[in-house]
Ligand binder design. Sequence first.
Ligand code: C5P
Length: 280
Amino acid sequence: IKLKYISLAILVVQNASLILSIRYVRTLPGDRFFTTSAVVMAEVLKEFIVLQYNSIVIQYKDTLKLAVPALIYTLQNNLQYVAISNLPAATFQVTYQLKILTTALFSVLMLRKSLSRIQWLSLLLLFAGVAIVQLEQEGKQKETTVTGPSQNYAKGLVAVIVSCLSSGFAGVYFEKILKGSSASVWMRNIQLGIFGTLLGLLGMWWNDGLAIAEKGFLFGYTPMVWGVIFNQAFGGLLVAVVVKYADNILKGFATSFSIIVSTVTSNWHGDFINVYKPRN
Ligand code: C5P
């Protein structure tokens, strides 16, 4: 009975506002939208809402579990900008591979995976490789040629190390949730994305709220920036699929392999020096 009156009351408000707002947008001067497209758009939106309602709202306890990796990934995605802005690309890439070690540790602890001796050995080898690059960079840093004037090597290094811890934990946590239930990887991504958007907005407001209020959300978005954003979004979805069909450790080795691929291809294109070597 309660729902009966609540739904009727909402319908009254909705209907009145719908008619008035349609009248308003159709009588405004300037470009008019195509009404046929608005009809289609409303249908699509309705389907989308119906589809999501059950999995997100009804099973809200399940949805809440995704708040944990969403928070960590939001921090990680912001830290990555700090790291890449303060470290040469090659140093970042190589140091970030430490995440394979953290991923392996979390996989053993949280997923009860067991690793063979040769697998542990490869991880140690990886760690040694990263350490060597660090020592080499430290030597160069004394000559103050590694970073530009506005870059802070130590800050970049802390950001990348925290990102490694975060990547390992959030990745394995997501894998555990994904493989521990029948919900689809797409549903998990939507749940993750809802929290990711909310937390990201919070971080944005906290850090850049005033500047964004003044200059606008899309300030400085060049086509190249759009490219970065699309690449990041596509990469995120790809990670989810890879984690579903393979696992986080394999994902780590695949992305390390991409360093070799990008190094070789940049060399062929002759821009290795520009992209991967620190500027002198
Ligand atoms: O470096 P790492 O592999 O940890 O980066 C994972 C990236 O994938 C993060 O940017 C994270 O936000 C994104 N991701 C995602 N959806 C998932 C899992 C990860 O967008 N389901």
